[in-house]
Design a protein around this ligand. Sequence first.
Ligand SMILES: NC(=O)c1ccc[n+]([C@@H]2O[C@H](COP(=O)([O-])OP(=O)(O)OC[C@H]3O[C@@H](n4cnc5c(N)ncnc54)[C@H](OP(=O)(O)O)[C@@H]3O)[C@@H](O)[C@H]2O)c1
Length: 328
Amino acid sequence: MMKKIEINEYGSAAVLKSVESDIPVPGAGEILIRATAIGLNFSDVLRRKNTYFMPTPLPYTLGSEAVGEIVKNGSGVPEEPFTIGSKVLAILPWGGGYAEYIIAKADYCVPLPPNMKDRDATSLFVQGSTAHLMVNHVAGDLKGKTVLVHAASGGVGSLIVQLAKLAGAKVIAAASNSQKLEKARELGADLTINYTDANWVNNLIEQNQGEKVDCIFEMAGGRIFEECIETLKPGGTIIVYGSASGQKGFIHSERFVGENQNLMSFNLAYYVQHKPELWQKSLGAMIELIASGKIKVGDTHSYSLANAALAHRDLEERKTTGKVVLLP
Ligand SMILES: NC(=O)c1ccc[n+]([C@@H]2O[C@H](COP(=O)([O-])OP(=O)(O)OC[C@H]3O[C@@H](n4cnc5c(N)ncnc54)[C@H](OP(=O)(O)O)[C@@H]3O)[C@@H](O)[C@H]2O)c1
């Protein structure tokens, strides 16, 4: 038998329940994995509330990425590279990660280099490939540009800060408190700004010697989305990739025309489905960058699998930085 965390209804973190079930048996093309580290993502919170862009079926086991050891291969799975006992990152677009044992399609299992820590590897898929694709394929050439990164100490944000620095940008990190801003500075941010201050737009421009920014990585939504355009240069770009506040933000369409500014968006699921080669290239690049230590995953907030509800509460209440991990 094994333990997993299941939801049978939508709602607060209290709907996350630990249940016992049989250890699953891998079918054709599938791999059974004993999980050693399970990645939590903000999308898990949205799925739990059924406010994700795709509906969450019930009952549902959350978790779209996990690392673990191969226990058993189903028929048709090649022994090389999927040797029993070897470590893989299991990419789980249909969930199933919050469990002691996980079934994953072999096509969605990525062998890991020996120098990659299990916890670090849980940041590769959702947060890692999102950050890498946005910085390297959506934002354009960032060399010599100034970028503003919202939630800069968060899972995706802390990776964007580092990738944008590697791309040659000047990075302004925005977050909600001084400890988070300090983390972003440690990761290489040049300037920091608390975007919960009423006067944050003016503070940012003043700190940046009167200059606005070329590109904004925005995922807060609501007031922060509405206000951030005041920090954008003529011709600049806002890349929207989420709305952690759950609040709608409105910018009049003509506002973009006046200064020839651009609004772009990013959705990882689109790349996985429609641009798989580009996505796999980004994933491969992140494996190299993290394994070589050029990109740091940062302090991990770890919780036991049984404490998944607390991990969800902390993520929603903005108490975490970097990658949040569940340990079976
Ligand atoms: N489009 C895609 O394909 C894609 C892929 C991955 C993630 N995302 C999105 O990217 C964002 C970050 O995801 P993540 O997993 O890396 O999470 P995270 O950044 O580690 O955690 C969420 C952060 O959002 C910030 N935030 C701003 N306003 C908030 C509010 N009202 N309530 C709660 N948090 C608020 C908080 O940082 P501060 O306290 O510093 O503000 C919080 O720590 C999420 O919106 C997620 O949905 C999108």
